[in-house]
Ligand binder design. Sequence first.
Ligand SMILES: Cc1cc2nc3c(=O)[nH]c(=O)nc-3n(C[C@H](O)[C@H](O)[C@H](O)COP(=O)(O)O)c2cc1C
Length: 199
Amino acid sequence: MSTTTLHSTERSLSALDAIFTRRSVRAYTKQKLDKPTVRALLDAAVQAPTAMHEEPWEFVVIQEAAALKRYSDRAKAIWTAQAADRLPSDDRFEALLADPTFSIFYDASTLIVICGKGDGPFVAADCWLAAENLMLAACAMGLGTCCIGLGVPAMNTPESKAELGLAHDVHAVAAIIVGVPSGAAAPVPRKDPHIVYWG
Ligand SMILES: Cc1cc2nc3c(=O)[nH]c(=O)nc-3n(C[C@H](O)[C@H](O)[C@H](O)COP(=O)(O)O)c2cc1C
Protein backbone atom coordinates (compact mmCIF):
# COMPACT_ATOMS: atom_id res chain seq x y z
CA MET A 1 0.00 0.00 0.00
CA SER A 2 1.30 3.44 -0.93
CA THR A 3 2.29 5.76 1.90
CA THR A 4 3.18 8.69 -0.33
CA THR A 5 2.07 12.10 0.82
CA LEU A 6 -0.86 13.91 -0.65
CA HIS A 7 -0.89 17.56 -1.47
CA SER A 8 -4.38 18.48 -2.46
CA THR A 9 -5.40 22.12 -2.59
CA GLU A 10 -7.56 22.12 -5.71
CA ARG A 11 -10.95 23.74 -5.38
CA SER A 12 -12.95 21.37 -7.48
CA LEU A 13 -16.50 21.39 -6.07
CA SER A 14 -18.97 24.22 -5.65
CA ALA A 15 -20.06 25.00 -2.08
CA LEU A 16 -23.41 23.33 -2.73
CA ASP A 17 -21.73 20.26 -4.23
CA ALA A 18 -19.59 19.92 -1.12
CA ILE A 19 -22.59 20.40 1.21
CA PHE A 20 -24.63 17.76 -0.56
CA THR A 21 -21.86 15.23 -1.21
CA ARG A 22 -20.03 15.34 2.16
CA ARG A 23 -20.64 12.17 4.14
CA SER A 24 -18.86 10.78 7.18
CA VAL A 25 -16.02 8.56 5.97
CA ARG A 26 -15.01 5.62 8.15
CA ALA A 27 -12.56 3.78 5.88
CA TYR A 28 -9.29 5.28 4.71
CA THR A 29 -6.21 4.43 2.70
CA LYS A 30 -2.84 4.67 4.45
CA GLN A 31 -1.95 7.72 2.37
CA LYS A 32 -0.55 10.54 4.51
CA LEU A 33 -1.66 14.14 4.23
CA ASP A 34 1.22 16.52 3.75
CA LYS A 35 1.64 19.80 5.62
CA PRO A 36 0.31 22.09 2.83
CA THR A 37 -2.86 20.01 2.65
CA VAL A 38 -3.44 20.17 6.40
CA ARG A 39 -2.60 23.86 6.35
CA ALA A 40 -5.15 24.43 3.56
CA LEU A 41 -7.81 22.78 5.75
CA LEU A 42 -6.90 24.95 8.75
CA ASP A 43 -6.94 28.06 6.58
CA ALA A 44 -10.49 27.13 5.46
CA ALA A 45 -11.51 26.46 9.07
CA VAL A 46 -10.54 29.93 10.27
CA GLN A 47 -12.65 31.61 7.58
CA ALA A 48 -15.73 30.63 9.61
CA PRO A 49 -17.92 33.30 11.15
CA THR A 50 -16.80 34.09 14.68
CA ALA A 51 -18.79 35.89 17.36
CA MET A 52 -17.41 39.38 18.07
CA HIS A 53 -14.50 38.39 15.83
CA GLU A 54 -12.94 36.58 18.78
CA GLU A 55 -11.45 33.68 16.75
CA PRO A 56 -11.28 31.58 19.94
CA TRP A 57 -10.02 28.44 18.21
CA GLU A 58 -6.73 26.61 18.49
CA PHE A 59 -5.77 23.50 16.56
CA VAL A 60 -4.09 20.23 17.40
CA VAL A 61 -2.92 18.05 14.50
CA ILE A 62 -2.01 14.44 15.27
CA GLN A 63 -0.52 12.29 12.52
CA GLU A 64 1.82 9.97 14.36
CA ALA A 65 0.31 6.46 14.36
CA ALA A 66 1.42 5.70 17.92
CA ALA A 67 -0.21 8.88 19.22
CA LEU A 68 -3.45 8.17 17.36
CA LYS A 69 -3.53 4.71 18.92
CA ARG A 70 -2.77 6.11 22.37
CA TYR A 71 -5.67 8.59 22.22
CA SER A 72 -8.02 5.99 20.75
CA ASP A 73 -7.15 3.58 23.57
CA ARG A 74 -7.58 6.35 26.14
CA ALA A 75 -11.00 7.22 24.71
CA LYS A 76 -12.08 3.57 24.69
CA ALA A 77 -11.05 3.24 28.34
CA ILE A 78 -13.08 6.32 29.28
CA TRP A 79 -16.21 5.08 27.48
CA THR A 80 -15.76 1.55 28.84
CA ALA A 81 -15.58 2.92 32.39
CA GLN A 82 -18.91 4.68 31.79
CA ALA A 83 -20.61 1.53 30.46
CA ALA A 84 -22.75 1.11 33.58
CA ASP A 85 -24.25 4.58 33.01
CA ARG A 86 -25.44 3.69 29.50
CA LEU A 87 -29.05 2.61 29.76
CA PRO A 88 -30.13 0.72 27.83
CA SER A 89 -26.70 -0.79 27.28
CA ASP A 90 -25.52 -1.03 23.69
CA ASP A 91 -23.93 -4.44 23.12
CA ARG A 92 -22.48 -3.53 19.71
CA PHE A 93 -20.84 -0.42 21.12
CA GLU A 94 -19.45 -2.30 24.13
CA ALA A 95 -18.06 -4.99 21.80
CA LEU A 96 -16.35 -2.36 19.64
CA LEU A 97 -14.80 -0.76 22.71
CA ALA A 98 -13.50 -4.17 23.80
CA ASP A 99 -12.02 -4.95 20.36
CA PRO A 100 -8.27 -4.18 20.54
CA THR A 101 -8.11 -3.80 16.74
CA PHE A 102 -10.80 -1.10 16.64
CA SER A 103 -9.59 2.47 16.43
CA ILE A 104 -12.17 5.16 17.20
CA PHE A 105 -10.30 7.11 14.50
CA TYR A 106 -10.91 4.38 11.88
CA ASP A 107 -7.18 4.29 11.05
CA ALA A 108 -7.36 7.72 9.40
CA SER A 109 -3.94 9.25 8.90
CA THR A 110 -4.76 12.60 10.49
CA LEU A 111 -6.76 13.82 13.46
CA ILE A 112 -7.49 17.53 13.76
CA VAL A 113 -8.84 18.68 17.10
CA ILE A 114 -10.44 22.10 17.19
CA CYS A 115 -10.05 23.56 20.64
CA GLY A 116 -11.85 26.53 22.14
CA LYS A 117 -10.15 29.17 24.25
CA GLY A 118 -12.10 30.40 27.28
CA ASP A 119 -15.66 29.74 28.34
CA GLY A 120 -17.44 32.50 26.45
CA PRO A 121 -21.00 31.83 25.31
CA PHE A 122 -20.08 31.44 21.64
CA VAL A 123 -16.78 29.55 21.84
CA ALA A 124 -18.37 26.19 21.02
CA ALA A 125 -20.42 27.70 18.17
CA ASP A 126 -17.32 29.27 16.64
CA CYS A 127 -15.40 25.99 16.88
CA TRP A 128 -18.21 23.99 15.28
CA LEU A 129 -18.55 26.49 12.44
CA ALA A 130 -14.80 26.13 11.87
CA ALA A 131 -15.26 22.35 11.96
CA GLU A 132 -17.92 22.41 9.27
CA ASN A 133 -15.77 24.71 7.10
CA LEU A 134 -12.90 22.26 7.48
CA MET A 135 -15.05 19.26 6.56
CA LEU A 136 -16.57 20.95 3.51
CA ALA A 137 -13.15 22.12 2.35
CA ALA A 138 -11.81 18.59 2.75
CA CYS A 139 -14.73 17.24 0.75
CA ALA A 140 -14.05 19.77 -2.02
CA MET A 141 -10.43 18.57 -2.03
CA GLY A 142 -11.47 14.93 -2.43
CA LEU A 143 -10.69 14.04 1.18
CA GLY A 144 -12.89 12.24 3.68
CA THR A 145 -13.69 13.38 7.21
CA CYS A 146 -15.70 12.26 10.20
CA CYS A 147 -16.43 14.03 13.48
CA ILE A 148 -15.33 11.80 16.32
CA GLY A 149 -17.29 12.88 19.36
CA LEU A 150 -16.08 9.75 21.10
CA GLY A 151 -12.57 11.17 21.08
CA VAL A 152 -13.24 14.52 22.74
CA PRO A 153 -13.27 13.51 26.44
CA ALA A 154 -9.91 11.77 25.99
CA MET A 155 -8.37 14.96 24.63
CA ASN A 156 -9.55 16.93 27.66
CA THR A 157 -7.96 14.83 30.39
CA PRO A 158 -5.19 16.67 32.31
CA GLU A 159 -2.69 14.10 30.95
CA SER A 160 -3.68 14.69 27.30
CA LYS A 161 -3.86 18.45 27.69
CA ALA A 162 -0.33 18.46 29.12
CA GLU A 163 0.96 16.24 26.28
CA LEU A 164 -0.69 18.43 23.63
CA GLY A 165 0.35 21.73 25.19
CA LEU A 166 -3.21 22.95 25.77
CA ALA A 167 -3.44 25.83 28.25
CA HIS A 168 -5.72 25.43 31.27
CA ASP A 169 -8.43 27.61 29.68
CA VAL A 170 -8.35 25.76 26.33
CA HIS A 171 -10.43 22.64 25.75
CA ALA A 172 -11.08 20.27 22.87
CA VAL A 173 -14.45 20.92 21.22
CA ALA A 174 -14.45 19.04 17.91
CA ALA A 175 -12.27 16.11 16.87
CA ILE A 176 -12.24 15.43 13.14
CA ILE A 177 -10.42 12.67 11.31
CA VAL A 178 -9.23 13.40 7.78
CA GLY A 179 -7.79 11.14 5.14
CA VAL A 180 -8.05 9.70 1.68
CA PRO A 181 -11.26 7.63 1.48
CA SER A 182 -10.70 4.00 0.55
CA GLY A 183 -14.11 3.82 -1.12
CA ALA A 184 -17.30 5.76 -1.67
CA ALA A 185 -19.22 6.56 1.54
CA ALA A 186 -22.81 5.34 1.53
CA PRO A 187 -25.47 8.01 1.07
CA VAL A 188 -27.10 9.04 4.36
CA PRO A 189 -30.55 10.48 3.72
CA ARG A 190 -32.01 13.36 5.68
CA LYS A 191 -35.57 14.10 6.72
CA ASP A 192 -37.13 17.14 5.12
CA PRO A 193 -36.72 20.27 7.23
CA HIS A 194 -39.43 20.39 9.90
CA ILE A 195 -40.68 23.97 9.65
CA VAL A 196 -42.54 24.88 12.82
CA TYR A 197 -43.13 28.53 11.92
CA TRP A 198 -42.84 30.55 8.73
CA GLY A 199 -44.51 33.87 9.36
C1 LIG B 1 -20.94 15.99 17.23
C2 LIG B 1 -20.76 14.75 16.39
C3 LIG B 1 -20.10 13.66 16.93
C4 LIG B 1 -19.92 12.50 16.15
N1 LIG B 1 -19.19 11.47 16.68
C5 LIG B 1 -18.97 10.37 15.94
C6 LIG B 1 -18.14 9.33 16.45
O1 LIG B 1 -17.62 9.36 17.56
N2 LIG B 1 -17.92 8.25 15.65
C7 LIG B 1 -18.46 8.15 14.39
O2 LIG B 1 -18.23 7.14 13.72
N3 LIG B 1 -19.23 9.14 13.88
C8 LIG B 1 -19.48 10.25 14.61
N4 LIG B 1 -20.22 11.29 14.09
C9 LIG B 1 -20.72 11.21 12.70
C10 LIG B 1 -22.23 10.98 12.64
O3 LIG B 1 -22.49 9.63 12.97
C11 LIG B 1 -22.71 11.32 11.21
O4 LIG B 1 -22.50 12.68 10.96
C12 LIG B 1 -24.20 11.01 11.03
O5 LIG B 1 -24.44 9.62 11.09
C13 LIG B 1 -24.72 11.53 9.68
O6 LIG B 1 -23.99 10.96 8.61
P1 LIG B 1 -23.20 11.87 7.57
O7 LIG B 1 -22.18 12.69 8.33
O8 LIG B 1 -22.55 10.90 6.64
O9 LIG B 1 -24.18 12.75 6.87
C14 LIG B 1 -20.42 12.44 14.83
C15 LIG B 1 -21.09 13.55 14.30
C16 LIG B 1 -21.25 14.69 15.07
C17 LIG B 1 -21.94 15.90 14.46
